[in-house]
Design a protein around this ligand. Structure first.
Ligand SMILES: [Fe+2]
Ligand SMILES: [Fe+2]
Length: 228
């Protein structure tokens, strides 16, 4: 895989990690859980690797969401929700101009990770298999991580509560194949989450992101950005 494409994704992930408190936790866990889920679903190693590399930028568009919405310490009202929902399109557009296939792949995930299997998601209201497969995989991992993370306006759900939501949403919100694989392979999902949390405990966002992308801290700092 092209080193420059990977290093650029690492920089964009680092930027996403700096956008709001604890973003890195969500982005890194969702990446590792999604690639684990891809493995449970039988996707090949190359696809698992693409999902792992591309998923951390799924919320890249949040860079462009104003603080009053992104950082609001309460539930969003309908107008704020509409603004927040722009992040999928914005993230996709930021990535789509690249010549690298990996960035095109990441753009598709960014655009479609909030589509729902029954067509009630956004931004394109795609239905069923029309939602690109990597986005269907990431949708499950993303929702699970979001539900099991506390928000200032609600406590975190337990794993069992989040699994019940995924079961309930199988075939409506979520691709039933992805949802059933997630639930059936839950011990592996928990191992993936543990591995992600261990990675996150290694140190700064720059260290964690460099490790996720297989870059040395030196490559990362000298090649693409100054990490301070
Ligand atoms: Fe999102
Ligand atoms: Fe997300």
């Amino acid at each position: 895989m092209d080193y420059r494409a990977i290093a650029t994704l690492a920089s964009l992930t680092h930027a996403s990690c700096m956008r709001y408190p604890d973003a890195s936790g969500h982005l890194i866990r969702t990446s590792i859980i999604a690639s684990c889920l891809a493995g449970i679903m039988g996707l090949d190693a190359a696809e698992q690797q693409c999902i792992r590399l591309a998923t951390p930028v799924h919320d890249l568009g949040k860079l462009a969401i104003p603080d009053r919405v992104l950082l609001k310490p309460a539930k969003l009202d309908p107008e704020e929700r509409r603004i927040m929902e722009r992040h999928s399109r914005i993230g996709a557009e930021l990535l789509a101009g690249s010549i690298h296939e990996l960035h095109q792949y990441a753009s598709v995930i960014a655009r479609h990770h909030h589509e729902r299997f029954d067509g009630s998601g956004y931004p394109d209201h795609l239905v069923g298999q029309n939602v690109p497969l990597p986005a269907r995989v990431v949708a499950v991992a993303d929702a699970f991580d979001a539900m099991t993370e506390a928000r200032c306006y609600r406590p975190s759900m337990t794993d069992d509560e989040a699994k019940a939501v995924i079961l309930e949403g199988s075939g409506t919100h979520f691709d039933p194949v992805a949802a059933q694989a997630f639930l059936g392979g839950f011990p592996s999902i928990l191992r993936a989450r543990r591995a992600a949390n261990e990675l996150l405990s290694l140190g700064s966002d720059a260290t964690v992101v460099a490790r996720l992308y297989g870059l040395t801290r030196r490559d990362f700092a000298e090649g693409w950005l100054t990490t301070g």
